[in-house]
Write a protein that binds this ligand. Structure first.
Ligand code: NHR
Ligand code: GAR
Length: 224
């Protein structure tokens, strides 16, 4: 079998997306080489260690500025020799040299149907706007915050009586199906970033692929 794509994960929080990615790795053609966090207390670090994945914290306060922190982050990531770097709930904006270093092999999952609601507090903003649906988008990271070429989306309904908690839980369920699918495409060589666009199977993506829920338990998702 061809060798597995080495992946580095950056996270700041719970790490449920890390968990979903790690669970799907054996069938996805990739392998999570390490997890790096800006927050020593991130639960995702402990989840990684429980799975035997190397986990490191680099608190920004230990560095004079964002550039120095990002440089340390890059050194730590480079030591993992990843073919792909994924942001999985990483909550700090990355500086242009960091983004340039990993251009075309840096993905983010954002909790909204981009281009709607870039930035923070997306669930609250969706509820305040009264939108009938919400979801998550995986995109290539560029210097434009949440503005890099979108690759794929998963949609969920907004239900009567939803709160930030119930809605974010529904979106996260969708994220856990979406992110492993997209990382699997990249590992299979189907997904690329060229000329500022996302390409899937040799074609420019004019719009993000919509991941359909064929199976609430996961597993049986397919791209439309
Ligand atoms: N970096 C770049 N260059 N481009 C993107 O598209 C990025 C990125 C870093 C992270 C994730 C993103 C999201 O999916 C992401 C995308 C953090 C902030 C933010 O404002 C915004 C968007 C995202 C992540 N962070 C504050 C900061 O000053 C700190 C907020 C906090 O610590 O709570 O970095 O939503
Ligand atoms: C995810 O919902 C992800 O979309 C979001 O943080 C959550 C992380 O959950 N990302 C952002 O808000 C980026 N600003 P997790 O730690 O359980 O994977």
């Amino acid at each position: 079998m061809a060798s597995r794509l080495p992946v580095a994960v950056l996270l700041s929080g719970r790490g449920s997306n890390f968990e979903a990615l790690a669970a799907a790795a054996p069938t996805g053609g990739y392998e999570i080489r390490g997890v790096v966090s800006d927050r020593p207390a991130a639960a995702g670090l402990e989840r990684a260690r429980e799975r035997g994945v190397a986990a490191h914290a680099l608190p920004p306060g230990h560095y004079p500025d964002r550039a120095a922190h990002d440089a340390a982050l890059a050194a730590r990531i480079d030591a993992l020799e990843p073919g792909l770097v994924v942001l999985a709930g990483y909550m700090r904006i990355l500086s242009p040299p960091f983004v340039a270093r990993y251009a075309g092999r840096l993905l983010n999952i954002h909790p909204s149907l981009l281009p709607k609601y870039p930035g923070l507090h997306t669930h609250r903003r969706v509820l305040e706007a009264g939108d009938p649906e919400h979801g998550a988008t995986v995109h290539f990271v560029t210097d434009q915050l949440d503005g890099g070429p979108p690759i794929a989306q998963a949609r969920v309904p907004v239900l009567a009586g939803d709160t930030v908690e119930t809605l974010s839980a529904r979106v996260q369920g969708a994220e856990h199906r979406l992110y492993p699918a997209v990382v699997g495409w990249f590992a299979a060589g189907r997904l690329a970033w060229r000329d500022g666009c996302a390409w899937l199977d040799g074609r420019v993506l004019q719009a993000p692929v919509q991941l359909e829920d064929t199976d609430e338990s996961g597993g049986a998702d397919r791209a439309s």
